[in-house]
Write a protein that binds this ligand. Structure first.
Ligand code: FHN
Length: 443
């Protein structure tokens, strides 16, 4: 993989370290009682299991990822030229939503604005947006929202709280560089007028949305982000909308989902995630299909369908959703190298979906051999990495009444005693990523 920006800059890591040590001294929505609609939306979120993450913005023009403004240390007046080149004439909401559906995904989370602060929607709060500044002049998020509603896909809006463009994002954070902004600004106004104003637009003009996926608080770990106010606004405008903050900390009151970036819950391999795993709100894990979030012309490191299926299954076994990212071209097309693995995962889900959708993490801790999921009295044993004919599982509290292969329904021999359950596995089939054995628990 060439020319791909290392994922984490030193500043980025520093922000996470600071926020981990000191915590973020923000008051969240401490008296928050989720509404019945919100609780229902959380359950539905967990049932969906698989979503499409989309990073798309004017930065896509440069084909160098969504951090290009920062990484090339561009000046404001230089970056301001970029929207003139963004004209996604090939964008077709039906194609995008149909691809998500073909992949077996049930929701889409798209960047309504990233750290460059550029609104990819029709915003009246500022003219730094796609309708005012680009030759395209249209609102793709409106088209996407309408199409998602038509096709029954939930739409979430990623919203960056960090802003490299607005002068009122001041004092600036750890990712700051001198880009021509004045050395003063009104952060309270940025939060209360600019950000909340745009959130109000997103929660008012696009019909019912799944929720808001926040990112960027780690840039100013010691700031007061007015979360009480912002979270209350969101829950007041759309009580069922889920607040999903990518701050990598223990969830705060008012937040509805805990998300982990490039990690399974609790496995801090990325180095910036918390090891704390919430037991009372849904979990999500985000990852990239190649190595990048925004379109990166130097990144051909596409994951294979088998790798993606493993991620999805291990996520589900950890009681988590998988939010899988693609970075479309600036013209609105999606690279075929994203399309074909997604379609392959969709084909897999059309056969094995019963063991994923609507499930929760199973009764056996995930391990190298695989993971389990559960729905009612069915436990799905996902054998991902085990070649021996017998698989010994730890004890399961309930009696197992029967075992069969999910595919084909063939009976699977087993023994159960207080030490555990031993399965006599059917031999692996060529190209079979996941042998799924269904255990029926006695009622
Ligand atoms: O800095 C961003 C990055 O560009 C990307 O949006 C990811 C997605 O989870 N989140 C941030 C880093 O935490």
């Amino acid at each position: 993989m060439r020319n791909v920006r290392p994922f984490l800059s030193a500043n980025f890591i520093l922000a996470f370290v600071l926020s981990t040590i000191f915590g973020t001294p923000v008051s969240a929505q401490s008296d928050y009682q989720p509404s019945p609609e919100n609780l229902q939306a959380r359950r539905e979120f967990q049932d969906m299991k698989f979503g499409m993450f989309i990073h798309w913005g004017v930065y896509s023009v440069l084909g160098d990822g969504e951090w290009v403004f920062h990484d090339r240390k561009l000046k404001l007046d230089e970056y301001n030229r970029l929207p003139a080149f963004f004209n996604p004439e090939k964008f077709d909401a039906t194609t995008w939503v149909s691809l998500a559906k073909a992949a077996g995904m049930k929701y889409i989370t798209i960047t309504s604005r990233h750290h460059d602060g550029f609104a990819m929607f029709d915003s009246k709060v500022s003219d730094w947006n796609i309708v005012q500044r680009t030759p395209y002049k249209k609102d793709p998020l409106k088209m996407l929202a309408d199409e998602c509603h038509r096709q029954g896909i939930k739409l979430f809006f990623y919203y960056s709280q960090l802003d490299w463009h607005n002068p009122d994002y001041y004092p600036r954070g750890v990712t700051n560089w001198p880009n021509g902004r004045p050395d003063h600004g009104d952060f309270n106004s940025y939060l209360d007028n600019y950000m909340d104003g745009q959130l109000r637009e997103l929660l008012t003009n696009y019909g019912p949305i799944g929720g808001i996926w926040f990112d960027g608080m780690w840039d100013k770990p010691d700031a007061d982000w007015h979360l009480t106010k912002t979270y209350a606004l969101i829950h007041q405008l759309q009580p069922a909308a889920l607040i999903i903050p990518n701050h990598h900390q223990t969830p705060k009151p008012g937040e509805d989902v805990q998300t982990f970036e490039r990690d399974l819950p609790g496995q801090n391999t990325a180095g910036f995630n918390t090891k704390y795993v919430s037991t009372n709100i849904p979990l999500e894990s985000s990852d990239t299909l190649n190595g990048a979030w925004g379109f990166n012309i130097g990144d051909s490191n596409y994951k294979s369908p088998a790798e993606l299926i493993q991620k999805l299954v291990r996520g589900a076994g950890n009681n988590s959703n998988l939010l899988l990212n693609i970075g479309p071209y600036p013209n609105g097309e999606i690279d075929p190298q994203f399309v074909s693995p997604l379609q392959a995962v969709g084909e897999w889900l059309s056969k094995y979906g019963e063991s994923i959708y609507g499930t929760r993490g199973g009764p056996i801790d995930p391990a190298d051999w695989g993971a389990t999921t559960q729905k009612d009295n069915k436990v799905y044993v996902h054998v991902l990495n085990w070649t021996a004919p017998l698989l010994a599982l730890p004890p399961i509290a309930t009696n197992v009444a029967g075992a069969r292969s999910l595919l084909g329904g063939g009976k699977v021999e087993f023994t159960q005693n207080p030490d555990g359950v031993i399965l006599k596995l059917p031999p692996p089939q060529t190209g079979e990523t996941d042998r799924v054995i269904v255990l029926t628990l006695a009622k």
